[in-house]
Design a binder for this molecule. Structure first.
Ligand SMILES: Cc1cc2nc3c(=O)[nH]c(=O)nc-3n(C[C@H](O)[C@H](O)[C@H](O)COP(=O)(O)O)c2cc1C
Length: 140
């Protein structure tokens, strides 16, 4: 099992989450690599069994929230036949960001098996809960 964590980060929170997810997943003896969205190429996803995609919440605090970098995300390599999990980080309220991110990544052809919104003020706790929820899927 090999997992890749693709992150889109502006100020570092989503990147930090990606690295923390990677280290928690590695603690389960599963290969996990964080990759910034700008560094992703076809090879990054080719041999991944699970693709985790994370971005930050962009909106007007509690209105019109959406996944940041949608254009970049839509430009990722196709994920046909891949299982994927998504996450967004947020400050106050992610609104529909996660659902929109699920749709976006499903649009790349992935089978999206779950998603999680991570609050930036309790990032470590939320990452732990996220990885706990993910653990049964990682055993497959
Ligand atoms: C332009 C902009 C708009 C944002 N809009 C929202 C929002 O509508 N709701 C929210 O909860 N957080 C919002 N945030 C906060 C970010 O989603 C949050 O801080 C996130 O963790 C930042 O991730 P990053 O450090 O990886 O860029 C916004 C941040 C920016 C810069």
């Amino acid at each position: 099992m090999k997992a890749v964590i693709i992150y889109n980060s502006l100020t570092g929170t989503t990147e930090k989450a990606a690295h923390r997810i990677a280290s928690e997943v590695r603690a389960l003896r599963i290969d996990a690599t964080p990759v910034a969205i700008g560094d992703v190429d076809d090879e990054t996803v080719a041999d991944a069994d699970l693709v985790i995609v994370g971005t930050w919440t962009d909106g007007i605090v509690i209105l019109g929230q959406k996944p940041a970098g949608a254009k970049k995300l839509r430009g990722l390599p196709r994920l046909d036949g891949k299982r994927a999990v998504v996450y967004c980080t947020y400050a106050v309220d992610p609104g529909q960001t996660l659902d929109k991110l699920v749709d976006l990544v499903a649009g790349l052809g992935a089978d999206v098996i779950g998603g999680f919104a991570l609050a930036r003020h309790q990032l470590n706790d939320d990452v732990s809960e996220f990885v706990d929820r993910l653990t049964p899927e990682l055993a497959v």
